[in-house]
Write a protein that binds this ligand. Structure first.
Ligand code: NAP
Length: 322
C-alpha cells in the first residue's frame, strides 16, 4: 500500500463537465453511488442496467439530489451476449465519445450453479465475460477523439479482495464439476484483475490513449450479499447479510476507490486501488497490491484468448494506434 496518509473523498472529484461515463449496474450499491457523485460533478452518466424499473428509480433518486444531472438509461444485461451487443450498438450509434467506462455490475455466490443465457456459469459470465465483451465492443467510443485538452479516457473494472486464493482452472472454467459459490466468485474477481491489467498492457502496446485500472470497494453494505448468498436456505443465508449490515462500511464509502480511479489526476494505468483500512476491508482510496497471480502475464494472455473465443468479441487494437 502507499499514499495512505491522505484521506481522499468525493469532495475532491475534479469538475467533470463535458465528460460522459457509462456505469454498469448503476441502479444499486457501489454503481449507484458512483453515478450519483459523478453526476454531482456534472459528468453525464449512462446507467447501464438490466431492470428498467430499477434503473428509472435510480435515475429519479439522482435527479432528486442533482436536478441538473444529465442521465440516461441503457438497457444492459451482462448475462446475455445478445443484450451486451445490443447495448454497445445502441451507444455506438449515438456517435458519442466515451470518457469513462466503469465495469461495476456483479453477482455474488448464488448458492446453486446458475447459467447465463449463453450457458456460462453466472458469476464468470456476468462479472467477467459480459464486461470483457462490453469493453471490447465499446473501445471505438473510448478511442474516438474527445474534446481538445480532454484527459485520457479510463476503463475502471471493479474487482474484490476476494480475488485472493482464486484458482483459474481452464479445464473447469464454467464449474460443470463441483460448483462452489464462493470459489466461483473468487475466480470471476481474479478474472477482473487479469483482464484489467492485460487490457492496460495491450493499450500501451498499441499506444492507445486509453487507461485501464482495477479497483475494489473493501467490504461494503450493498444488495450484493442479499441477492447472492442471501438466497440460500441455511444459516449462512441469514448470517451473511446480517453480518454485512452490522460491520461493513457504507456503499458511499465503498464507491470511493472507483471514484478516485475514475477521476483523480494521479492515477496510473495497470494499477489496483482499494481501501487503506484494516485488511483493506474499509477506509479511503489507496493504491494496493493484488495477489501475485493477478500479475501473471501468461495466465492473463490465456484468459484473454479464452474470453475472445467464448464471447466472439475480438478486440480491435491496431498496432501503434495514433
Ligand atoms: N459490496 C461489497 O462489499 C463488494 C466487495 C467487493 C467487490 N464488490 C463488487 O462491487 C460491484 C458492485 O456490487 P455492489 O456491492 O454494489 O452490489 P449490488 O448493490 O448488488 O449491485 C450490483 C449491481 O450489478 C447489477 N447486475 C447484476 N447482474 C447483472 C447483469 N446480468 N446485468 C447487468 N447488471 C447486473 C445489479 O442489478 P440488479 O439490481 O438488477 O440486480 C446491481 O445494479 C460488484 O462487481 C461486486 O463484485 C462489492
Amino acid at each position: 500500500m502507499s499514499r495512505a496518509a491522505h484521506k481522499w473523498t468525493s469532495a475532491e472529484i475534479p469538475a467533470q463537465a463535458g465528460k460522459l461515463a457509462l456505469i454498469t449496474g448503476a441502479n444499486s450499491g457501489i454503481g449507484y453511488r458512483t453515478a450519483l457523485e459523478l453526476a454531482r460533478a456534472r459528468c453525464g452518466v449512462i446507467l447501464g442496467c438490466r431492470d428498467r424499473i430499477k434503473a428509472d428509480a435510480a435515475r429519479s433518486r439522482i435527479l432528486g439530489q442533482v436536478p441538473a444531472a444529465h442521465l440516461e438509461v441503457l438497457p444492459l444485461d451482462l448475462a446475455s451476449m445478445e443484450s451486451v451487443r445490443a447495448a454497445a450498438e445502441r451507444f455506438l450509434a449515438t456517435g458519442q465519445h466515451l470518457d469513462l467506462l466503469v465495469n461495476n455490475a456483479g453477482v455474488l455466490a448464488p448458492p446453486h450453479r446458475r447459467l447465463t443465457r449463453d450457458g456460462f456459469e453466472l458469476q464468470f459470465g456476468t462479472n467477467h465475460l459480459g464486461h470483457f465483451a462490453l469493453t471490447g465492443l465499446l473501445l471505438p467510443a473510448l478511442l474516438s477523439p474527445g474534446p481538445p485538452g480532454a484527459p485520457t479516457p479510463r476503463i475502471v473494472s471493479v474487482s474484490s479482495i476476494a480475488h485472493r486464493g482464486a484458482t483459474m482452472d481452464f479445464a473447469n472454467l464454467q464449474w460443470e464439476r463441483g460448483y462452489r459459490p464462493w470459489p466461483a466468485y473468487r475466480r470471476s474477481k481474479l478474472a477482473n484483475l487479469l483482464f484489467g491489467f492485460e487490457l492496460e498492457r495491450r493499450l500501451e502496446r498499441s499506444r492507445a490513449a486509453v487507461m485501464s485500472v482495477v479497483v475494489h470497494p473493501g467490504v461494503s453494505n450493498t444488495n450484493l450479499f442479499t441477492a447472492g448468498p442471501g438466497q440460500g436456505r441455511g444459516l449462512v443465508a441469514k448470517l451473511v447479510p446480517a453480518f454485512i449490515a452490522l460491520f461493513a462500511q457504507s456503499d458511499a464509502q465503498g464507491a470511493l476507490p472507483t471514484l478516485y480511479a475514475a477521476t483523480a489526476s494521479d492515477i496510473r494505468g495497470g494499477r489496483f486501488y482499494g481501501c487503506d483500512g484494516f485488511r483493506q476491508m474499509r477506509g479511503y482510496p489507496v493504491e494496493v497490491r493484488a495477489e501475485t497471480q493477478a500479475y501473471d502475464e501468461t495466465l492473463a494472455a490465456k484468459l484473454w484468448q479464452v474470453s475472445e473465443d467464448l464471447t466472439g468479441v475480438k478486440y480491435q487494437l491496431p498496432e501503434n494506434h495514433p
